[in-house]
Ligand binder design. Structure first.
Ligand SMILES: Nc1ncnc2c1ncn2[C@@H]1O[C@H](COP(=O)(O)OP(=O)(O)O)[C@@H](O)[C@H]1O
Ligand SMILES: [Mg+2]
Length: 305
């Protein structure tokens, strides 16, 4: 694997008697989209703010691009881009004014016209911030985070509150940032977002990282079961498929049959068996567990509880 861009070792941070981050250890590698995922209050924002050099860790070691984010904050700010959860701008600042203002903060900036174009904001240049839609506001915050061409971009709950269409547009932009060679470290409590977007994720709960891996690895490790559901009007279908080695259970409800099993070959095995039994199938779908199921299995509760 490539170099770690962010290293977090045994991070802890409390606010008075509230332990926000208890023990977080993880590494983010160059060129990946890494997601810190977990429910509200899990410690995602606090972790991210320590890494960005905005908060001082109580305990632990942090390194971002080889720098100590607290002691070398000034040097770090030039090389990272940050979008904050619940970011705001003045209602009557125009898009171009915000871009101009941010540009003055850095000695080197990208071509801002191109940047606005990439983010689909070129015809919003003269619009007041308050007239932008939720998705456009978030795209402006991404633009501001990218203005100095940072090596690492931090995005905290970027798509919360957006409708599905605006959310998808943002996912594409984030993938595009990664494909331009940047490293992206984001947080989300949306498991679907993590699954679609992240190369690797860390699941955090009560200030502790409880699992790290690619979404597919975590699903395979914790929820290896698969279900094939198909419909057929032939008789005795369930009996004909019951003997398959990987099938754990066959249940039938009228013309609809469900087969449960495990492993990456399960679906193929069922398809082959249906074909060799020459069963006429009128409907077919597979049910694969998701990161949401992984979270449920690891914690015993859903992420929104
Ligand atoms: N500035 C703060 N002062 C006091 N408590 C805080 C502060 N920020 C967060 N907390 C508390 O720390 C815990 C973790 O919060 P946070 O890091 O914001 O989690 P997340 O981003 O995962 O929702 C929560 O219990 C939250 O109420
Ligand atoms: Mg948060």
């Amino acid at each position: 694997m490539s170099n770690p861009v962010v290293s977090i070792d045994n991070l802890a941070k409390s606010y008075g008697s509230t332990i926000a981050v208890d023990d977080v250890t993880l590494e983010v590698f160059e060129g990946e989209i890494f997601g810190l995922i977990g429910p509200n209050g899990a410690g995602k924002t606090t972790t991210m703010e320590c890494v960005e050099g905005l908060r001082k860790a109580d305990r632990g070691t942090l390194s971002v691009l080889g720098l100590d984010p607290w002691r070398e904050a000034a040097a770090l700010q030039k090389r990272i881009g940050v979008q904050h959860q619940e970011a705001h701008l003045q209602k009557r600042i125009k898009v171009w004014e915000a871009i101009d203002l941010w540009s003055t903060l850095y000695s080197k900036v990208v071509d801002t016209n191109l940047l606005l174009q990439r983010l689909g904001l070129e015809n919003k240049r003269n619009a007041w911030f308050m007239t932008l839609s939720g998705g456009q506001k978030q795209r402006l915050f991404i633009a501001l985070a990218l203005i100095h061409d940072p090596e690492v971009v931090f995005l905290d709950e970027l798509t919360t509150g957006l409708d599905p269409q605006a959310r998808r547009a943002i996912w594409e932009l984030i993938t595009d940032i990664r494909d331009r060679g940047k490293t992206v470290f984001l947080t989300t409590h949306l498991m679907e977002e993590a699954e679609r977007l992240c190369d690797r994720v860390a699941i955090i709960e009560h200030g502790r990282v409880i699992e790290i891996g690619t979404p597919a690895e975590l699903v395979e490790k914790h929820c290896p079961e698969r279900t094939v559901v198909f419909t057929s009007d032939e008789a005795g279908v369930a009996e004909r498929l019951n003997g398959l080695p990987n099938v754990k259970a066959v249940t039938s409800d009228g013309l609809q049959h469900s087969l449960n099993g495990q492993g990456t070959d399960f679906v193929t095995d069922v398809i082959n068996a249906i074909a060799s039994e020459k069963i006429r199938v009128t409907g077919f779908r597979t049910e694969t567990p998701t990161l949401e199921d992984v979270f449920l299995r690891l914690t015993g509760h859903g992420i929104r509880d």
